[in-house]
Ligand binder design. Structure first.
Ligand SMILES: C[S@@+](CC[C@H](N)C(=O)[O-])C[C@H]1O[C@@H](n2cnc3c(N)ncnc32)[C@H](O)[C@@H]1O
Length: 310
């Protein structure tokens, strides 16, 4: 792992405000990344606060451990998915949990990780390099229908079917192995030359979400956070696109209701009363302030929601 793992932490002040770390408190960071939020939470909860952290990315875990050495003895960082936090963090033990979703800057910037359509690299996109599924695997083997569904559902790509068909056609001639190979196909057939965003933006986002099962992990991760929080403890979640934000918002709404319902649709006759599980602390998602937006362009799509376990 290279020593230059640099990720600018987003919405630091807002997260600290929401979780208010204090001495003696116990905290969890499900996305330690470069360790920015983790470091601040440990510093603010000195001298006795504890932090359990994880990340799917082995490089991130190594970088975070290095950065947190001044707090040795007060944290445990494991490589893994936050969906599994409740398997090793004690139920009802945490005062605060933070998830800062998406990818870190090193994941985007290191061409070999295969996340970027701008740089030539293997078509990878795995946050956890131990995982078998890669973007190339999907692009070369999924059916046109599957690919179109991924592009539409996870990327909101309006040309999902056309792109999927073109991929299936092209891969008969040559398998897709690199990021630029895929990006160039989309550039070639995209009707949107001249638009602000690169035409492959949504396809790459969608593939990344599918490869890493980001939505499934998020849903399970939110449940896990509620398990490890103590009553009165808070969960802060930063999302970077509307699909993630909707999952988080819906989770908050469902948890705050004083009933559950059977099936997919909320029909009054099928409601079952129960005590609400959480309070919504942020009615509207909180977004970065002017100063942060000016200083860190990657923060521009960040949205923070905070919930309190009852
Ligand atoms: C935006 S970065 C976090 C940055 C970190 N908060 C900081 O201040 O340096 C997002 C990180 O979340 C990790 N990640 C994304 N989904 C995850 C999941 N389901 N479980 C564990 N880590 C995940 C990624 O590997 C990445 O390192």
């Amino acid at each position: 792992m290279s020593p230059e793992f640099v990720h600018k932490t987003v919405m630091m002040a807002e997260v600290l405000d929401a979780l208010n770390p204090a001495a003696g408190g116990r905290y969890a960071d499900g996305t330690v990344g470069g360790g920015g939020h983790a470091e601040a939470m440990l510093a603010r909860s000195s001298p006795t606060g504890w932090l359990s952290g994880c990340d799917r990315d082995g490089d991130a875990v190594e970088a975070a451990k290095r950065r947190l050495t001044p707090f040795a003895g007060r944290f445990e960082i494991r490589r893994g998915n936050f969906a599994e936090l409740a398997d090793w963090v004690e139920a009802g033990s945490c005062d605060g949990v933070v998830y800062d979703l998406g990818v870190s800057s090193p994941q985007l910037d290191v061409a070999e990780r295969g996340f970027s359509f701008q740089q030539e690299g293997p078509l990878e996109m795995r946050m956890d390099s131990r995982q078998a599924l890669t973007a190339a695997e999907l692009v070369n083997n999924a059916t046109a229908e599957e690919l179109a569904r991924i592009f539409w559902e996870f990327g909101g790509e309006r040309d999902s079917r056309r792109f999927a068909k073109a991929i299936v056609h092209d891969r008969e001639l040559r398998r897709f192995t690199t990021t630029r190979q895929l990006a160039e196909l989309i550039e070639r057939i995209s009707p949107r030359h001249g638009r602000k965003a690169h035409p492959a933006t949504k396809v790459f986002q969608a593939l990344r979400i599918a490869v890493n099962d980001e939505i499934g992990s998020l849903k399970r991760g939110l449940e896990a956070a509620m398990k490890i929080l103590k009553p009165g403890g808070r969960l802060a979640v930063i999302t970077f696109h509307s699909l993630e934000d909707r999952v988080v918002k819906d989770f908050g709404r469902a948890g705050a209701r004083d009933y559950t319902f059977i099936g997919e649709v909320d029909v009054p006759e099928l409601r079952e009363p129960r005590a609400p599980e959480l309070k919504i602390v942020t009615r509207k998602a909180v977004t970065p302030g002017e100063a942060e937006l000016a200083e860190n362009p990657r923060s521009r799509s960040a949205q923070l929601r905070v919930f309190e376990k009852i």
